[in-house]
Design a protein around this ligand. Structure first.
Ligand code: CO8
Length: 181
């Protein structure tokens, strides 16, 4: 992480603490309510430049026997880190770099809570980090961090999605948020 990062003020469009952070795109696999095969993650604004996220670990997310697939967990972190970028960016962002540390097995049937925060930004780059805890399920322990993540997100303009908008899956009824097409 660069050592000349700054911590901007929150943007006016970001919800107040404790309020839901809306999906950024209804067809998003991570958070969209028009993505039937998706993960339906939900998010709440934190007290500062942070968000809380929730994922129910469905049986279809299985990787090894009885545990979440690492790619699913990575997707959840991608979503959580992208969501927290909305606290300081009033426009689309995309993932440039994503790191995950898998600390503990996560059984199917768990409910994961994610806490993501802004570490700083410079130019178009936003650095964010997050951790996950199991808050419901067979091995729930809110004091144990089961995985952590760091990511770099780049602000982009609407033109970023221009080349792919013809490939949108379905007709979105509710296009809104930072990466609406
Ligand atoms: C609310 C939103 C929630 C979203 C959740 C889900 C998010 C996603 O999954 S998005 C999908 C996955 N990501 C993508 O498809 C992005 C694909 N990649 C790209 O389009 C491009 O590489 C992109 C936009 C990231 C960067 O390209 P470009 O805009 O040309 O940036 P570029 O000018 O090269 O670099 C800008 C800066 O970022 C840095 N940078 C770019 N990529 C990286 C990288 N991978 N690692 C480190 N630094 C990088 C550059 O070094 C440069 O830094 P500096 O300002 O210090 O010179």
């Amino acid at each position: 992480m660069p050592d000349d990062l700054t911590l901007p003020e929150p943007v006016g469009s970001f919800p107040a603490a404790g309020q839901p952070v809306p999906q950024h795109w209804s067809r998003c696999f991570g958070c969209g309510d028009q993505s039937p095969a998706g993960m339906s993650m939900s998010f709440t604004a934190g007290e500062g430049l942070d968000v809380w996220g929730r994922l129910e670990v469905a049986p279809r997310y299985q990787g090894g026997p009885g545990v979440i697939h690492g790619g699913i967990l990575s997707t959840a972190f991608d979503e959580a880190l992208g969501m927290v970028c909305r606290s300081i960016v009033d426009g689309p962002v995309v993932t440039g770099h994503l790191e995950i540390d898998f600390a503990r097995p996560i059984p199917l049937g768990s409910v994961l809570e994610f806490h993501a925060r802004i570490d700083g930004s410079i130019r178009r780059k936003v650095y964010a980090s997050a951790e996950a805890r199991i808050v419901e399920g067979p091995t729930a322990d809110p004091d144990v961090v089961v995985a952590t993540s760091r990511g770099l997100f780049l602000t982009v303009t609407a033109e970023h999605f221009e080349k792919t908008k013809d490939f949108v899956d379905g007709v979105p009824e509710r296009p809104f948020g930072t990466s609406s097409i």
